[in-house]
Design a protein around this ligand. Structure first.
Ligand code: NAP
Ligand code: ZN
Length: 359
């Protein structure tokens, strides 16, 4: 490692990248910065594959920076620390989620909600460092350099491949359930049983809610019940929207594709809350889906560092981890296609040993 630093002052790192919107991901090489005084160098073991990786690699949100190395569900081992690092030691198992820095001074950062940083968090990939010009590259690579304050500790007992998706899918579903006050006995509906949805079911169950999965895939019923749901509704039959009107206190909508929000809002009882975490294209909304029952429609984005650590500790305490299919990185394009066909139970996780072997 030292030799590489001396020779070129950056760390040449194998990766997989999308070179342009809609082009397949291909092997590529990136330069990681030499760890600074407060940086941690992490050897990446596993990286989860989030639907946001597909949205961004295919420029579906219109803000993509290419070439792009996706990946924001990162698990690895600390292999080097800068001289001023206090929180981490070589050999520790750590995680990195959706952002790697923020301005640290705004109200959101001071409140520990760096994901809402007023000048914008530094996204783990498809973003720029605080200098505004150095692109960030994510976890489809063998190592990453991150400021010590944006690194998470992975509690013992969670298998590392199954811990990776907690860094995005986990915190994105845990945070709104806590923030909007899901209570024991509440009737919670989780819409969409994918990477986020299956974590929503696990957390809802662990928090004592009565959990119902609303899915457009009737074949997921048995899985939903195994994951901790109490009930399952197949939404292909439209009569279920009438039958279940006004039933739920809380709806967690994790769907990645266009769908009718109004139909789901009508399933909320008086003062019920529907949280959007899924991020499809803008959808039409009728004021009368909200007005008659004083319903709330809200959104939520991942979670801050403090809350992400709390979520990881909650997972260790409650025996929660993601259900994963581990793949070599060479299968990433196939994995994207399978996710788009709804053929994943319930998160792909890349084993980065496959990339190390290649070089
Ligand atoms: P995923 O694993 O692909 O799951 C999405 C689920 O949506 C599918 O399993 C499916 O569930 C449902 N779905 C897909 N196509 C559908 C369709 N045409 N009609 C109805 N339902 C459909 O994706 P994910 O990784 O969980 O991500 C889900 C969404 O959350 C994405 O848009 C992603 O960008 C977003 N996201 C947001 C945040 C945040 O901070 N807010 C963080 C991470 C991800 P069923 O088969 O059960 O219907
Ligand atoms: Zn994600």
């Amino acid at each position: 490692m030292d030799k590489i630093v001396e020779s070129n002052a950056t760390l040449t790192t194998p990766a997989y990248a999308a070179k342009a919107a809609k082009s397949a991901l291909v092997p590529w090489s990136i330069e990681r910065r030499e760890p600074g005084p407060h940086d941690v160098l992490i050897d990446i073991l596993y990286c989860g594959v989030c639907h946001s990786d597909i949205h961004q690699a295919r420029d579906e949100w219109g803000n993509s920076i290419f070439p792009m190395v996706p990946g924001h569900e990162i698990i690895g081992k600390v292999v080097e620390v800068g001289p001023k690092v206090k929180k981490w030691k070589v050999g520790q198992t750590v995680g990195v989620g959706c952002f790697v820095d923020s301005d640290r001074t705004c109200e959101a950062c001071k409140a520990g909600e760096e994901q809402y940083c007023e000048s914008g968090p530094t996204l783990t990939y498809n973003g720029y460092e605080r200098d505004g010009k150095t692109p960030t590259y994510g976890g489809y690579s063998t190592r990453i350099v991150v400021d010590e304050n944006y690194v998470l500790s992975i509690p013992k007992g969670i298998p590392l491949d199954r811990a990776a998706p907690l860094l995005c899918a986990g915190i994105t579903t845990y945070s709104p359930l806590k923030h909007f006050g899901l209570k024991k006995g509440d009737k919670l509906a989780v819409v969409g049983l994918g990477g986020l949805g299956h974590m929503g079911v696990k957390f809802g169950h662990a928090m004592g809610a009565h959990v119902t999965v609303l899915s457009h895939s009737p074949g997921k019923r048995a899985d939903a019940l195994k994951l901790g749901a109490d009930d399952f509704i197949a939404t292909k039959d439209e009569s279920v929207f009438k039958e279940n009107a006004g039933r739920f206190d809380f709806i967690l909508d994790t769907v990645s594709a266009d769908h009718d929000y109004n139909a789901y809002l009508n399933l909320l009882r008086r003062d019920g809350t529907m949280v959007l975490v899924g991020a499809p294209d803008p959808q039409p909304l009728s004021a009368f889906s909200l007005i008659p029952k004083r319903r709330r429609l809200v959104g939520s984005m991942i979670g801050g560092i403090r809350e992400t650590q709390e979520m990881l500790d909650f997972c260790a305490e409650h025996g929660i981890a993601s259900d994963v299919e581990v793949i070599p990185i060479q299968k990433i394009n196939e994995a994207y296609e399978r996710m788009l066909k709804n053929d994943v139970r319930y998160r792909f996780v890349i084993d980065l040993a496959s990339l190390k072997d290649r070089t």
